[in-house]
Design a protein around this ligand. Structure first.
Ligand SMILES: [Zn+2]
Length: 785
């Protein structure tokens, strides 16, 4: 642009004036060259702002019903909904549309000045309030078509860059621009050759009338569905006709849904389903033309340049598609196809074979199309149902092979497979993970990269075990490539969350998460890492296996066969300039020692332990031979954790516990507090204090508590759905450090931690019962001593 950026045409010098109008002329020429209103808005907004020295520009067009103006929003750049204003004296832009007069307002918050223009004129402060943007100067002009003087829209400049009122030169320029746009808008909307909506081809090709299209658009708006849904469902139009119309409108090729499309794994590496669904574009393939992209609104993708940012230095080929076909393709790429048929159908397709078969026959049976489909279906179903493991349990003789899923920690039967298929079934799975199919007497383990067999991108860790009668069991663990859960979504109480935050944001030290297998330790560690994962931090992790991946982390998979154990990796990390190190687990003296050393040399170290409680972990580590002084120095904290089943929020039944139940619960809670000073001094008073605390936190206005019982519905398993973490967080406080140096016993450490505000796992569980999240049976189940 010819005018210096940030300088509004205020100084009034001849040179400025000339430069301004020369710039305006260039834009006018470009307006004449564009094809539709959206293109004008998308391509020229930034240049216009610069030319006029304005911070923002809004272009309104007249609504179809002609009683309101609607702002055209540049999608994808900032998330502002379009603004709709009645053509009336009640708003600034509305007034300009109503009176067809230009307004130049030095300060829109100056109510007296507005009232001098019209007694009804008001500035709508809501938008500023929502966006946090402060509007001041406004220069607003009506866009009127020349011939009939009909209103086409409104052009609004907001806030001058230099903070001064918009100048007469700006006024003159804006009027000229409004005229140009008036002509352009009138031409683009009225000329039949230039479609104004993406479905206009349907009208020009006489598949529907203009009135029908308008009616469909209105109906779609009422039902809040895409217009094409109404066109297909109510008016019987074909998907392809609509796709062609959309493509013609955007002047690109139409890209239909193809059921046999192969998922472009390489292009989708860093792209998540949510992103695709929100941004409405999807890469399909890379060919000699470039990266081919499917979009429901090619203009938007082009304008936002988002695809160019995702695939820098690549040619982007945008193709148009319908909303339906877009969604189907997203499903196809991000989820296993749904049309696999039911598992029962697949089972009935398996041919019963009475004879015990030879290896050759088994191999051919394992390659049997129906069996292949069945195995895929089992895996897909397990994944969709949120199962963590698949158990395949062949039984001797003619008994069927049982397949069970572990969901939320409990095994549930899934299907039974005919006895004759037990060997081919196991063989098929072994083939999928490259195990030795002839070896049946030794346990084997391997890994399935499932995306080789299905659009579903997950990995499975497979373990086979020889069982009685020459059979083999198979257990598959689903390693969903999941993302970390935000720290505040882990189910920590407020107190624990703030204490945890304070511990993990220290510059160095060591922090442990402890609990038995399956207690969610890795999930918690990743949430913690997610919280401190910033671009200026180098985080190395050694994991076995890598189950959760995070951008920014450098994650290494442990490979004991190749000599890469935790201790070796940690030493390698220390040579690789880390800030933070996470080690999957610390089981032996050597790993702990290296970890301690790392934390004492200025690194933040995280790991897990297979211990039951937080105080016990400390004693265990000291027993492993750690120097108490070094260890006390380094210790940031220990978080013990369990997962308790969560009551299904849909079907759980509320009840008020009676006095006896409350009293038992209180006893159970206070049991852990017996060693603390208040209980040693006056147990009764201390118990009452806890009861009072519960009253204020959890009881309703009548002083009643509400508990829940499990019921069971279609959405859950026996009244439970998902799990909630129970936590016991012990911090490395000064007093704790001192006791560690004195080699205090577990009970002493526990009493001290409780006095300092720690809650035991059971107490945390009881608080979650009081909060209605779970029930006591589940808490007791995971908090056994
Ligand atoms: Zn339920």
């Amino acid at each position: 642009m010819t005018l210096a950026a940030g300088k509004s045409p205020t100084s009034g010098g001849v040179a400025t004036r000339l430069a301004f109008f020369k710039g305006l002329q260039a834009i006018t020429t470009r307006i004449h060259a564009t094809h539709n209103i959206d293109e004008i808005i998308f391509e020229l907004s930034a240049d216009l702002c610069e030319l006029f020295g304005a911070e923002r520009l809004t272009i309104y067009t007249v609504d179809d019903a002609r009683n309101a103006i609607v702002s055209k929003v540049k999608m994808g750049l900032h998330k502002v909904n379009s603004i709709r204003l009645p053509i009336s004296e009640n708003s600034i832009a509305g007034y300009v549309a109503y009176a067809k007069k230009m307004l130049n307002i030095p300060d829109v918050y100056d109510e007296a000045a507005l009232r001098a223009i019209s007694p009804h004129l008001e500035f709508r402060k809501e938008v500023d309030e929502v966006t946090g943007y402060h509007s001041k100067q406004m220069l607003v002009a009506p866009i009127v078509s020349n011939e009939k003087g009909e209103l086409e829209g409104v052009l609004q400049l907001i806030n001058s860059v230099d903070g001064q009122p918009f100048t007469p030169i700006a006024e003159e320029g804006l009027l000229g621009l409004a005229q140009t746009l008036g002509v352009a808008f009138a031409q683009r909307t009225k000329a039949p050759a230039a479609p104004r909506s993406r479905y206009d081809l349907l009208v020009t090709e006489a598949k529907i009338t203009r009135e029908e299209l308008d009616a469909a658009t209105r109906k779609a708006r009422e039902r809040k569905v895409p217009t094409e849904e109404v066109l297909i469902e109510d008016m019987g139009l074909g998907q392809e006709e609509i796709g062609q119309a959309v493509a013609t409108f955007f002047n690109v090729k139409y890209e239909p849904f193809h059921s046999d499309r192969i998922k472009p794994v390489d292009l989708l590496v860093n792209i998540k389903r949510e992103f695709v669904e929100q941004s409405h574009w999807l890469p399909l393939e890379e060919n000699e033309e470039g990266v081919v992209i499917m979009a429901t609104d090619p203009e938007q993708i082009r304008a936002s340049r988002v695809a160019h940012n995702v695939f820098p230095n690549k040619n982007i080929v945008i193709r148009a598609t319908t909303v339906r076909e877009f969604r189907k393709t997203v499903d196809q790429f991000f989820e296993a196809s749904l049309d696999m048929g039911s598992v029962d159908d697949l089972l009935s397709d398996l041919v019963e074979d009475e004879q015990d078969s030879s290896m050759a026959e088994e191999l051919s049976a394992a390659a049997d199309n129906e069996l292949v489909k069945l195995v895929n279906k089992v895996i897909v179903d397990a994944y969709k149902q949120g199962a963590s493991d698949i158990h395949i349990e062949p039984r001797p003789g003619k008994e069927k092979t049982l397949i069970r899923f572990r969901k939320d920690g409990t095994l549930v039967p899934y299907i039974e497979v005919p006895a004759s298929y037990r060997n081919p079934l196991v063989t098929r799975i072994k083939i999928m993970c490259d195990l030795d199919i002839s070896e049946r007497r030794k346990p084997q383990d391997g890994k399935i990269k499932f995306r080789k067999y299905s659009p579903l991108d997950i990995e499975l860790r497979v373990a086979t075990l020889p069982t009685a009668g020459g059979l083999e069991d198979v257990v598959m663990r689903i390693l969903a490539n999941s993302e970390p859960i935000p720290l505040d979504k882990l189910g920590l109480t407020e107190n624990n969350l703030s204490r945890l935050m304070s511990a993990i944001t220290k510059p160095y030290g060591i922090f442990f998460v402890c609990g038995p297998t399956g207690s969610g330790k890795t999930t918690t560690l990743h949430s913690i890492l997610g919280h401190i994962n910033t671009p200026d931090t180098k985080i190395w992790t050694a994991e076995d296996p890598v189950e959760i991946t995070q951008k920014g982390l450098r994650q290494v998979q442990v490979n004991r066969k190749a000599g890469l154990d935790f201790a070796t990796m940690m030493r390698a990390f220390l040579r690789a300039d880390p800030d933070v190190i996470m080690v999957g687990e610390m089981r032996d003296h050597e790993t702990v020692a290296v970890g301690l050393e790392a934390s004492l040399t200025g690194h933040l170290v995280f790991s897990t332990l297979h211990t039951n409680s937080a105080p016990e972990s400390i004693v265990r580590l000291l027993d492993m031979g750690m120097d108490p002084f070094n260890f006390a120095d380094a210790l940031l904290g220990v978080l013990a954790q369990r997962l308790a089943k969560r009551l299904c929020p849909k079907c759980k039944a509320a009840y008020h516990p009676d006095v006896a139940e409350m009293s038992n619960l209180l006893d159970e809670y206070c049991l852990d507090l017996q060693m603390t000073t208040p209980f040693k001094e006056d147990a009764d008073a201390a118990r009452k204090a806890v009861a009072k605390q519960w009253q204020t936190t959890y009881a309703d206005k009548q002083g009643q508590f509400t508990f829940y019982k499990p019921v069971g519905c279609d959405d859950c398993t026996k009244g439970y759905r998902g799990r909630v973490g129970l936590h016991e967080l012990m911090l490395g406080t000064d007093d704790t450090k001192k006791r560690i140096q004195e080699r205090a016993r577990v009970a002493e450490l526990l009493a001290l931690a409780l006095e300092e505000g720690m809650r035991t796992l059971r107490q945390d569980g009881i608080e979650k019962v009081l909060a209605g999240i779970t029930d006591m049976a589940q808490v007791r189940k995971v908090c056994v001593r």
